[in-house]
Design a protein. Structure first.
Length: 256
């Protein structure tokens, strides 16, 4: 690990309390899908990102498309941070969640923290990724490493119903053309036909839209939210093995 990679990990640790507070704000506003009335959550997320100094693009999906998909309202967000010429890496996550179901022993929308664990819908999937990606990017900026390329944050709201109005929408409308993507997920078998967020070059456009799987994180899992230090230690090592965000003698751009 280089000095600047170690600094990134340290910066993430130093800002972990703020990251936790950011996540709690996301958890406290429900995004149950169905009914999928998630434009208000996108607006709240955009405001939180703008308070961090980012410009959050709001891409509202037409009401007719949303209704045809069986949803209520949907806005996708993009944050772009250009460090210089080079490839574009998209960090993709979704804010919609399956309704909580039964069996909870903690309030699903309180973001309660006990013994170093947060309890709530979306804490593990995938609101934690919103917080992880935003604060990882913040640490990457703060360390001041000479980088090239662009990081995009894609925060979308149509994962539970297949992704065609989430990541698929961004691609179909030419709103993003990333060279590669990072999308968090669980290692669990599934026979459902969905759009894979990491298959950016050729998104799935065939097959019927499927309703959300009732087992897809609807249970009150006692999982610690994603450790962004671990994520950044992995992400910071990427320039050693892939041609993304390569270190460069040129200073980083200050444009957002």
């Amino acid at each position: 690990m280089t000095d600047w990679q170690a600094k990134i990990a340290d910066l993430v640790d130093q800002n972990f309390a703020a990251e936790t507070a950011f996540l709690r704000e996301l958890v406290r506003l429900p995004t149950d899908t169905p009914p999928g009335d998630n434009a208000p959550h996108a607006q709240h997320t955009a405001e939180l990102l703008e308070a961090m100094g980012y410009r959050a693009e709001r891409h509202a999906v037409a009401a007719a498309e949303v209704k045809a998909a069986g949803l209520t309202s949907l806005t996708n967000l993009i944050v772009r941070r250009r460090f210089g010429a080079g490839p574009v890496i998209a960090l993709s996550a979704h804010g919609d969640v399956v309704p909580p179901g039964s069996g909870w022993t903690k309030p699903p929308y309180a973001g309660r923290i006990e013994d170093g664990r947060m309890f709530g819908r979306g804490v593990a999937v995938s609101k934690s990724d919103f917080a992880t990606y935003a604060f990882a990017l913040r640490a990457l900026e703060a360390v001041g490493a000479p980088l090239q390329g662009t990081v995009e944050l894609h925060f979308t709201y149509d994962e539970e119903y297949g992704g065609l109005l989430g990541p698929g929408y961004l691609l179909r409308h030419g709103l993003s053309k990333p060279d590669m993507a990072i999308a968090a997920g669980f290692r669990m078998p599934s026979s459902r036909r969905t759009t894979a967020a990491c298959n950016w070059k050729r998104p799935c456009a065939a097959g019927p839209r499927m309703p959300p799987c009732p087992k897809a994180a609807a249970m009150p899992w006692r999982r610690r939210w994603m450790c962004s230090t671990r994520f950044m230690r992995s992400a910071a090592a990427m320039p050693l093995s892939v041609p993304a965000l390569r270190a460069s003698p040129r200073p980083p751009s200050t444009s957002a």
